[in-house]
Design a protein around this ligand. Sequence first.
Ligand code: HEM
Ligand code: HEM
Length: 281
Amino acid sequence: MPALLVTYPTPFLRLSDSGSFGSAALIYSQSHLREDMSSNEGYRAKILPILTRTVQYTTPFISVFLLVHLSAPALANVGGSSLASQTMLLGREYYQTALSEPLLVLGPIGIHAASATLKRLLSPSGQPPRRLTHPVSVTGYATLFFLTIHYLTHRYYPALDIPPIDSLGPAELDYEFVKAALRTWPIRSWLLYGGLVFFSIMHVVDGGALVRAAWVQEGRIFASFLKKQYSRRKRLALALGGVVLPVMTGVYALANEPSMTFASMTTRYLSVFRSSFAYRL
Ligand code: HEM
Ligand code: HEM
């Protein structure tokens, strides 16, 4: 009989037997279940530090992209859409080549968001994830929401080779495109640009502090100004006043500029935005 137990270890066979053999088999199956669960927890505990490192090491790439990308709307304060477009054109040399777009922008953002979410889903019971209402989590998922709409309307749909969009080329997609959206859908454009900039920068403030703290502890940070611990209030004020405000006043300058493009191009721009549910609602 014990030999049978080892030969047929499926719970169905064991539980279908009767008497003391049945209960012995039940204990056997329960202890195996416990072993499985603890090895599963062990596996999760091992994978967690790998995910944490992946989340951390993708952040410098995303931060540099944000700095380059947001310089364009911020410079609209001094030179309007013309300077914003020229700055974006220069920036694209860094982040929109065949190699740099997947390696420096889309890859790091996708891997960062996926690893951070996986970390939450795989956390073993002994190491629960931070609560969903934590500022890093709220701003992380809010950024993901706004960024999905932004990426589709500003990068994916413009490339579609269908009339009347007819695949907008890099020279055709300049800040006249942003102005067309601001003019046609002022409220939702303000909400979508404002939401994206606000939540992503707030996420960098709190997420950046976590990464900084971990790297200072591990001795990976050498610059003394990065080692200095600023209060959260000070960091929020710096980020709001130094980044969010100039970017959004730049958007204001763009919204108040008259259109400087052909009507046929405006039709193509608007049809890009109408491809998204966010502009059709
Ligand atoms: C008011 C603020 C913003 C404006 C006016 C703006 C404008 C644009 C424009 C015109 C494009 C298409 C041209 C290009 O590829 O550069 C674009 C693409 C993109 N934007 Fe923004 N953006 C803003 C904020 C942001 C923020 C805060 C993020 C990230 C959190 C972001 C992420 C992206 C990404 C990932 C692309 C696609 C880039 C690529 O694949 O090469 N944008 N944006
Ligand atoms: C636009 C790009 C970004 C997106 C879409 C994004 C998205 C996310 C998401 C969805 C989470 C998961 C939150 C949770 O489950 O609790 C997260 C976590 C995090 N993010 Fe970001 N993030 C971005 C950029 C950044 C940047 C630039 C930094 C730092 C400078 C950063 C630092 C962090 C940190 C430290 C965490 C916590 C990870 C952990 O639990 O260990 N993120 N992010």
